[in-house]
Design a protein around this ligand. Structure first.
Ligand code: MRU
Length: 335
């Protein structure tokens, strides 16, 4: 495998535990934390040791495998699976993975759960590769590209090369010269800490910018396209993704920059009709009031810290999925 597609493993299932690369410590330290119980995996998801929609999906599936090692009763297990599902609310990948594990438990029994979790993981690798090849088809035929991405959508967030970042890696793999602008992604800094680290590891040129510099960048530099991931895409195409995505989509529309969402079928929720129905996770005020464990805001004030926002479908140029590049009218025939 060439360095461009260098694989980083966010999770390693050992059969008795789940080793989780602690993404909170990146880029300074690469440390795996060993979770031996389903409850420890729930904590790892909630505390962002593992994050990114596909990755929390298969982390949840493996948490189910750890649960069956400790509990025999099927009804208790189904209750625990539901507890795992509630670890984070916005990315539908987690719910979808848990539905599969429930079905497997009911229809095939506890002995088949590890195979099911492995299947979810392997399918994600494959979907990343297929999305990456579809993602190139929307670009003009030229040799140099300047692209913008938000949050972290690469190997750290998936089983494979990534969603939005997978397309970018694949483009570099085709010998194109690519310059990536990665938003720092306040307040959790997935862009500055994780995307910059991952792209550097893959030898891809990256510039980190403050989220608030996106409009100025688009006004003054020629950005060929924006590629972002998704946590939940609903029937009308409205898309939940990392907070700040909507703002970037608005800027892209104004500056006539194509804006693509790259996501596997596991991120689609056609049970919901519009973005207003999506539950948006509110995270701890500490993510805003502290920096490097130091308080940076006055005590006793309020915060507003949604982890995601909703980009309306009319701002999205196309949905790059493993089924091809789709528009909203094609969703119901493909998922
Ligand atoms: O809060 P996070 O880091 O889990 O948010 C991640 C994102 O919003 C990603 O853009 C999304 O999950 C797509 S990852 C392939």
């Amino acid at each position: 495998m060439s360095s461009t597609l260098t694989k980083i493993y966010p999770l390693k299932y050992t059969g008795n535990s789940l080793k989780v690369l602690d993404q909170r410590k990146l880029p300074a330290e690469e440390i795996y934390v060993e979770c031996s119980t389903y409850n420890e995996v729930i904590q790892a998801i909630q505390n962002m040791l593992v994050r990114g929609a596909p990755a929390i999906g298969f982390a949840g599936a493996w948490a189910c495998c750890l649960a069956v090692k400790a509990v025999d009763d099927k009804r208790d297990l189904l209750r625990i699976f539901h507890e795992i599902e509630l670890a984070r609310p916005t990315a539908v990948n987690l719910s979808k993975a848990i539905r599969r594990m429930e079905k497997c438990l009911i229809e095939k029994g506890a002995g088949s759960l590890e195979n099911e979790a492995e299947a979810i993981y392997k399918e994600d690798i494959e979907m990343c590769n297929i999305m990456a090849s579809h993602g190139l088809t929307v670009l003009p035929n030229k040799s140099e590209f300047t692209l913008l991405t938000h949050c972290n959508t690469g190997s750290l967030a998936t089983a494979g090369i990534g969603t939005a970042l997978g397309v970018i890696k694949f483009l570099v793999q085709q010998n194109k010269k690519v310059h990536v602008y990665a938003t720092e992604t306040r307040p959790y800094l997935q862009g500055a800490r994780l995307t910059a680290w991952e792209l550097q590891k893959c030898g891809i040129q990256v510039s980190v910018l403050p989220d608030s510099a996106v409009t100025y960048l688009m006004k003054t530099a020629k950005i060929d396209a924006v590629y972002v991931g998704a946590d939940r895409i609903v029937s009308n195409g409205d898309t939940a993704n990392k907070v700040g995505t909507y703002m970037i989509a608005l800027a892209a529309q104004r500056e006539k920059v194509p804006f693509y969402v790259v996501a596997p079928s596991t991120s689609f929720d056609l049970n919901l009709q519009s973005g207003e129905e999506i539950e948006i996770e509110q995270r701890s005020s500490k993510e805003l009031s502290e920096f490097n464990n130091k308080q940076i805001c006055p005590s006793g004030i309020d915060f507003y810290n949604p982890a995601f926002d909703i980009t309306p479908s009319e701002l999205i140029s196309g949905y790059i999925t493993e089924k091809g590049v789709l528009n909203v009218s094609k969703f119901k025939y493909n998922f």
